[in-house]
Design a protein around this ligand. Structure first.
Ligand SMILES: Nc1ncnc2c1ncn2[C@@H]1O[C@H](COP(=O)(O)OP(=O)(O)OP(=O)(O)O)[C@@H](O)[C@H]1O
Length: 269
């Protein structure tokens, strides 16, 4: 069974926002016959220590929004501020975890070398790199895999490595795009609890895109619900469920059921 969160949660929204998204609009192929407005107008803020999930109907522009928040994709208009500064590229203190771990890890590098990549970019020397690799692999429950290759590990273990790599250089913010969608249900529960635990331990802010309403309710402090495309924010729903959360008791609580129903109504309306 998966491990519950170790501590009782992070203080959220107490200081200036880590992310401010203001009137974000994204049009693909602007001015061409195949022009497509994916995101019409999205604004919200993410405070330090917040766990924000983004949900919406299929094609609502969730991945597009996340790419704009990471600096990987320029917005057509509007503004994304990361720690108060307009985002122009992927900032050093931000990490991204994608759904497809098999494409995000380098198959020709060992697990330790995969985790070392952001540490090299951040200028850690060899000794500090080794120490940090051990720390983060231990934090995600993978002690003895440093010398192995990604293809020698299960899908769930590979996604743990991707999370370890995202944590390695101590980012302030982790953006996750459907990170648990490609693993079986039990592994998904384990990884959900893992991300809650490391988020507490490392005091990280998380924005996570998911199709899974139950997952959003289980993980989040707040859920941003996008409309059908071109998307706007339908509602931002507070999730006042107690922490630490537990896969059995939290998911079977009355409040969980009410929140789930409300979100389902918003997403399917
Ligand atoms: N590179 C691109 N060029 C043109 N159109 C794109 C591109 N990427 C996405 N789109 C379009 O933008 C819209 C939003 O796509 P996006 O993948 O962001 O939505 P999503 O909510 O993540 O989708 P899903 O629920 O299927 O994961 C879709 O209509 C998609 O076809």
């Amino acid at each position: 069974m998966s491990q519950p969160e170790a501590t009782s949660g992070v203080e959220a929204n107490t200081s200036s926002p880590v992310l401010s998204i203001r009137d974000l609009r994204k049009v693909y192929n602007a001015g061409r016959p195949d022009e497509r407005e994916a995101v019409a107008n999205v604004s919200f803020e993410v405070g330090k220590g917040d766990f924000v999930c983004v949900v919406g109907p299929s094609g609502a522009g969730k991945t597009t929004l996340l790419r704009c928040l990471s600096g990987l994709l320029p917005a057509t208009s509007g503004e994304v501020l990361f720690e108060g500064t307009p985002l122009r590229r992927v900032p050093d203190r931000l990490s991204v975890v994608f759904q497809d771990y098999s494409r995000s890890l380098f198959p020709w590098l060992t697990i330790a070398s995969n985790v070392a990549v952001p540490l090299k970019v951040a200028g850690y020397d060899k000794r500090k790199r080794r120490q940090r690799i051990d720390e983060v692999l231990q934090a995600v429950g993978l002690d003895d895999v440093g010398k192995r290759y990604p293809w020698q590990l299960s899908g769930g273990m590979q996604q743990r490595v991707a999370i370890a790599r995202a944590l390695a250089h101590q980012p302030d913010l982790i953006l996750m795009d459907e990170p648990f969608a490609s693993v079986d249900a039990q592994t998904r529960f384990d990884l959900e609890d893992l991300i809650l635990r490391v988020r507490n331990e490392y005091n990280i802010t998380v924005v996570l895109v998911t199709h899974d309403i139950d997952e959003a309710v289980y993980l989040a402090d707040r859920v941003v619900v996008l409309s059908s495309p071109p998307s706007v924010v339908r509602e931002i729903v507070d999730i006042p469920l107690e922490r630490p959360r537990n896969q059995l008791t939290t998911r079977s609580s009355k409040t969980f059921g009410q929140l789930r129903r409300h979100l389902l109504e918003l997403v399917t309306a």
